[in-house]
Design a protein around this ligand. Structure first.
Ligand code: CUA
Length: 331
């Protein structure tokens, strides 16, 4: 496999972006050609000494021409706006079954955590024809993940999550770079996006040394950090039950209602005083500094697995979407 050029369009969205680009180039080209030929034609026709007619333009015809070209260009540009904007807006909706991969940026590398547990540096392996959602954060400064062949670019910020999603339609090895100046080695903060067929991806996942998927690693952390001491249904401490928490509407003590997304779960662990759940005392300690970004990813993967019937239950051993063999040592 070779690294494809930046020009390759490796997703449906990338093809849409290219279509928009080429249509804009074509429209601009045609208008440029029209204006240039009018300039050339008139220069020739009304050159000094020519005997072309130079009387006044009929007033009525002049107004009609004026209105005609104003309205025509207005509708042309409104159409371009509507068409390009609807392409962009439709690309914002992430399919519900998207496969989630976590990316943590750090001066000057990309650390990647696959849902199956595999860890990578400066490489993201993804299956083809499956919607992929990247959940990204930074451990230090602002970085920016750029996937040229997907025509996607998104800032990666410390202290919060940002997202990108795509469905790769071509297998191959593609560029991945940092697109925000982030210090001395910004220029080498690059890597590879490896798109594989689903069976190849499953084989690759199974060949990784990591023993357990993210959700199960998170479950072990949930116990070792003592979270289960308060959040277990049998606990004597009054703390919210976290089963089904992800994606649920949460009523807060100050009357706000928020959706429990990744950002909410992250803030609840690091900044527990920010959003107090209605009916509960603010007794949760902050885990800021006690857990790394990588550990947060695992904890959140575990909390999400408590909501999703498609993720393995804690009792079913290891076996996420692309783990095919029920190997020993899981759970
Ligand atoms: Cu990270 Cu530039």
């Amino acid at each position: 496999m070779t690294t494809d050029s930046f020009m390759t369009a490796a997703s449906d969205y990338a093809s849409q972006v290219d279509d928009t680009f080429w249509v804009l180039v074509a429209i601009s080209g045609l208008i440029t050609l029209l204006v240039a030929s009018l300039i050339a034609g008139f220069s020739l026709r009304y050159r000094r000494g020519s005997n072309a007619w130079r009387g006044p333009f009929p007033e009525r015809l002049g107004r009609d021409v004026e209105i005609g070209w104003t309205v025509a260009t207005l509708f042309l540009f409104l159409f371009v706006f509507w068409w390009a904007a609807s392409n962009e807006l439709s690309a914002l909706d992430v399919p519900g079954n998207a496969f989630e991969i976590h990316v943590v940026a750090k001066q000057w590398m990309w650390r990647v955590q696959q849902p199956g547990g595999a860890r990578e540096i400066n490489e993201i392996h993804v299956p083809e024809n499956v919607p992929i959602r990247l959940v990204m954060t930074s451990e230090d400064v602002i970085h920016d993940l750029f996937l040229p062949t997907m025509r996607l670019k998104q800032d990666v910020l410390p202290g919060r999550y940002t997202y990108l999603w795509f469905t790769a339609t071509k297998t191959g090895v593609f560029h991945l770079t940092c697109a925000e100046y982030c210090g001395t080695d910004h220029s080498v903060m690059a890597g590879r996006l490896v798109v594989m067929t689903a069976p190849d991806y499953a084989r690759w996942t199974n060949a990784q040394p990591e023993a357990d998927d993210l959700a199960h690693q998170g479950e072990a952390l949930f116990r070792s950090l003592g979270c289960s001491g308060c959040h277990a249904p049998t606990s004597s401490v009054h703390a919210p039950d976290l089963h089904g928490i992800y994606g649920r509407a949460v009523h807060l003590s100050d009357g706000r209602v928020v959706t429990a997304d990744e950002e909410y779960l992250r803030d609840s662990i690091l900044l527990p005083m920010k959003d107090i759940v209605a009916g509960f005392a603010p007794i949760m300690p902050s885990f800021r500094g006690a857990v790394t970004e990588g550990e947060l990813v695992k904890l959140i993967a575990y909390l999400k697995s408590l909501s999703s019937p498609t993720l393995p239950s804690p009792a079913s051993g290891r076996g996420s979407l692309f783990r095919t063999s029920p190997a020993s040592g899981g759970g």
